[in-house]
Design a protein around this ligand. Structure first.
Ligand code: 6PG
Length: 502
């Protein structure tokens, strides 16, 4: 009866998070329907346990009742099972096994935020349901993830010391402090976790993180595709170039791993490994949810949506093969200087990345209103500086922008980012022109430029669009010389086209 925290689900994420928690001095009880997984975590714990420690830091339980019996009260139980129905099934079985209303159930999966809102309300009198989204994959979970908690504030007070201990840490400059040594966790630095708000706030923020992750990944892939198609570079050369870019403003985990991927060769054929991987992208749904949420709230998040569509288009393997034999591109090829193209694509990647993050934060601002949350954008940028998949030096700049002005309407309006766009947008324009001329599909670059140009336009052709709507559907329009609440309708079919106030 002396374990501090229980785990239900000891798959990759559950196992690694449990080992991480144990490294920080907490006693863990674990349960999984698959006995092999329990054995695996116990074996790993034994192997990795520091010599100074005689006692096992993780115990395995053969059923839920045993798990509940081994925990101090109020019990904290982390659930790491596939999102959706399995989470409800675990909650129900915990209740059936005698869970008490003060016990805290923490859903650490990639759950949809609406499910977290529902579950918190639905289980209210039977348990305290709390959401904590985890980013960082297997290694992050083991040695320090970014944790995005949301739920009941009292539960947070109880969880906070544990969450701050296991989360990734960054130094005073916002750079991750990394130690991937079992039993020797990082204990200093600022933790990459902060309470984000009630009910589904944490899971919503993680979903937007993943939407940005989709955009970031797609933009890097488009940069690679352009370099390869325009300059004929081999993957390893592009990998080297990305290594160089990773020393500058583009410094990020995703650029770093891409540089590494591109320099690997297939063991079987000796070809670049990337060339042996089928170009059909998978997705579990979080990017799609982000795009749907943006559409529902009327937030322009086109770069994120294009990244989702790009994955969808990639899966049409047979259709694309068929179309490739029918559809041709009328392309232009001119003289291009390799150094100029490299510079343009590097700048394009940076500008498009700024626009994608601007969209992500605009979406968070809309969600704040929609769900009555008070989100702290500085905290959100800060907890993404380490541990998570989108970690990047540039997140410190985003945190600084919101420290300077919490009410910043759009990241693009912050001096640092406005100047970066002014200085480097010519690269984005050039990359888009080159892509169009040479027929290389770069939907997210195109979308980023259109977003930037649309956002900075005082006048858009939506006046004409309003006229069209009024023409065929009498949907009315506002006039530039009257209050925008006043609606007008033109009788487009009548003699003289009379206009009346609606
Ligand atoms: C993370 C990742 C993680 C997972 C994605 C993959 O933050 O650690 O986002 O959650 O890798 O969900 O998503 P797709 O399968 O949709 O690419």
């Amino acid at each position: 009866q002396n374990c501090n925290i229980g785990f239900v689900g000891l798959g990759v994420m559950g196992k690694n998070l449990a080992l991480n928690v144990a490294d920080h001095g907490y006693r863990v009880a674990g349960f999984d329907l698959d006995a092999e997984k329990i054995k695996d975590v116990l074996d790993t714990e034994e192997r990795e346990r520091p010599d100074s420690q005689n006692e096992a830091r993780i115990i395995g339980c053969s059923n839920i009742e045993e798990l509940l019996g081994s925990l101090v009260k109020p019990r904290v139980i982390v659930v790491l099972v596939p999102a959706g129905k399995p989470v409800d099934a675990v909650c129900d079985s915990l209740i059936e096994a005698g869970l008490e209303p003060d016990d805290i159930v923490v859903d650490c999966g990639n759950s949809q935020w609406t499910d977290t809102i529902r579950r918190e309300a639905e289980y209210k009198d039977r348990l305290k349901f709390f959401g904590t989204a985890v980013s960082g994959g297997e290694v992050g979970a083991r040695f320090g993830p970014s944790l995005m908690p949301g739920g009941d504030a009292d539960s947070w007070k109880y969880l906070q010391p544990m969450w701050e201990a296991v989360a990734a840490k960054v130094d005073a400059d916002g750079n991750p402090i990394v130690s991937n040594i079992p039993g020797k966790p990082v204990t200093e630095g600022e933790p990459c976790t902060a309470y984000l708000g009630p009910n589904g706030a944490g899971h919503y923020v993680k979903m937007v993180h993943n939407g940005i992750e989709y955009a970031d990944m797609q933009l890097i892939c488009e940069a690679y595709h352009l370099l390869r198609s325009l300059l004929g570079y081999e993957p390893a050369e592009i990998g080297k170039l990305f290594e160089k870019w990773n020393q500058g403003v583009l410094n990020s985990y995703l650029v770093e791993i891409t540089a590494d991927i591109l320099q690997q060769y297939d063991h079987k054929t000796g070809a670049p490994l990337v060339d042996m991987i089928l170009d059909s992208a998978g997705q579990k749904g979080t990017g799609r949810w982000t795009s749907i949420s943006a559409t529902q709230m009327g937030v322009p998040a086109g770069i994120i949506s294009e990244s989702v569509y790009a994955r969808a288009l990639s899966t049409l393997t047979a259709e694309r093969e068929h179309a490739a034999g029918i559809l041709t591109a009328d392309v232009e090829s001119g003289d291009i200087e390799a150094a100029d193209v490299e510079k343009a694509i590097e700048e394009a990647l940076y500008c498009a990345k700024i626009c994608a993050y601007a969209q992500g934060f605009q979406l968070l601002r809309a969600a704040e209103k929609e769900y009555d949350w008070t989100l702290n954008f500085t905290d959100i940028a800060k907890i993404w500086r380490g541990g998570c998949i989108i970690r990047a030096s540039f997140l410190q700049k985003i945190a600084d922008a919101f420290i300077e002005n919490h009410d910043l309407e759009n990241l693009l309006l912050n001096d640092y980012f406005a100047n970066a766009m002014a200085e480097k947008q010519s690269g984005l324009r050039k990359a888009v022109v080159l892509a169009a001329q040479s027929g290389v599909p770069t939907p997210s670059f195109f979308s980023a430029l259109a977003y930037f140009d649309g956002y900075r336009s005082e006048v858009l052709p939506a006046n004409l669009l309003q006229a069209q709507r009024d023409y065929f559907g009498a949907h009315t329009y506002a006039r530039v010389d009257d209050d925008s609440s006043q609606k007008y309708h033109t009788f487009w079919q009548e003699e003289g086209r009379p206009e009346r106030k609606a």
